[in-house]
Ligand binder design. Structure first.
Ligand code: IPM
Ligand code: MG
Length: 362
């Protein structure tokens, strides 16, 4: 039995997860995977139900599972809550509790959707990047942090906010290792993205990455400042194979990278640990409360996240490929949700595109 925790969050979360589960049900049947699901709330939903965005019971269910599939969390209606009760806190919390330090965000364009990209087709063609974002450190978790007050030279009391961008060499070493191992299975290039011209923490990131690279003579290592990388992603995305970067730079660059693929609704992600805790899978997009419940959201990012789960957590490569190919062939036939739809395409609902994908799997 393969036990999967399904974390229901906010906004479009239930719709995209129910699509992913329909697809999983089908591969379960075809490939006899013996999948079993346990549902648990997270984020705003958990806050409504239990008073906390990350209940112990949810964490417990995750820890007892073999893999975790998460929808998305967040809603403007929780903006006024104190930081520790906000949905985002639960997401950071579960990443930390499961020690999910390596976030893999593949950036690959389906050629059928090249038109949806703001980039010219000749620039975009053959783009295939794996962003490896460190996920449990950096300014996201660094101490000390807070909002306090200070006295100015003219004796006024003013507020001051601060976070600490911090990485130790063990944290850098293990994420660098993930990047090199990943590159070995791809095009054997790692580009370490940082701000080493300004930040000490980036200088250490570079040093440790260079040390790790000594064991990977077959992988070419390069370095790039994050501002330049933001520019290079739109000028020449094809130059990248694996991008290795810290938490905050990875957050920003992966949104940019998803936009060049045409829609945020297409990109999946996998968050991996050292193997002692289950891996987690989630779309990189947010909870989009404005379109929740309308049966219009694009479920493909979550469906592809479920496919990544089959590959990375269960080694079910055939089932993974069959989901990927089903998505590709539905797109080829011109079916689209609104976010990726042009005039002559076949506009369909979330449920409909899900059915079409399910029916392609056999
Ligand atoms: C992401 C999201 C999260 C992050 C937010 C919702 C906390 O933007 O997964 O990229 O910053 O990591
Ligand atoms: Mg983000």
């Amino acid at each position: 039995m393969k036990n999967i925790a399904i974390l229901l969050g906010d906004g479009v979360s239930t719709e995209i997860l129910s699509s992913a589960v329909s697809v999983l049900d089908k591969v379960n049947e075809v490939y006899k995977l013996n999948l079993n699901y346990t549902y648990a709330p997270i984020g705003g939903r958990a806050y409504e139900e239990t008073g906390t965005p990350l209940p112990d019971k949810t964490v417990d269910i995750c820890l007892k599972s073999d893999a975790v599939l998460l929808g998305s969390v967040g809603d403007w209606k929780y903006d006024k809550l104190p930081p520790e009760l906000r949905p985002e806190k639960a997401l950071l919390g579960i990443r930390k509790k499961l020690n999910l330090f390596a976030n893999l965000r593949p950036v690959k364009v389906f050629e059928e959707l090249a038109f949806a990209s703001p980039l010219k087709p000749e620039i975009l063609k053959n783009t295939d990047i794996m962003i490896i974002r460190e996920l449990t450190g950096d300014v996201y978790f660094g101490e000390p942090k807070g909002i306090t007050t200070k006295k100015t030279y003219d004796n006024r009391t003013i507020r001051v906010g601060y976070n600490n961008m911090i990485y130790d060499e063990d944290e850098i070493g293990r994420i660098a290792l993930s990047a090199f191992e990943c590159a070995q299975k791809r095009n054997k290039k790692v580009c370490c993205v940082d701000k080493a011209n300004v930040l000490d923490v980036s200088r250490l990131f570079r040093e440790v990455t260079k040390e790790v690279s000594k064991d990977f003579k077959d992988v070419e290592l390069s370095f790039m400042y994050v501002d330049n990388c933001a520019m290079q992603l739109v000028l020449n995305p094809r130059q990248f194979d694996v991008i290795l970067t810290g938490n905050i730079f990875g957050d920003i660059l992966s949104d940019e990278a998803s936009a060049i693929c045409g829609s945020l609704g297409m990109l999946p992600s996998a968050s991996l640990s050292d193997g002692k805790t289950p891996y987690m899978y989630e779309p990189i997009h947010g909870s989009a409360p404005d379109i929740a419940g309308k049966n219009t959201v694009n479920p493909i990012a979550t469906i592809l996240s479920a496919a990544m789960m089959l590959k990375y957590s269960f080694g079910e490569f055939g089932a993974h490929d069959s989901i990927y190919n089903a998505v590709k062939s539905v797109l080829k036939e011109g079916y689209r949700t609104t976010d990726i739809c042009r005039e002559n395409d076949r506009l369909v609902s979330t449920d409909k595109i899900t059915d079409l994908i399910v029916n392609k799997i056999n």
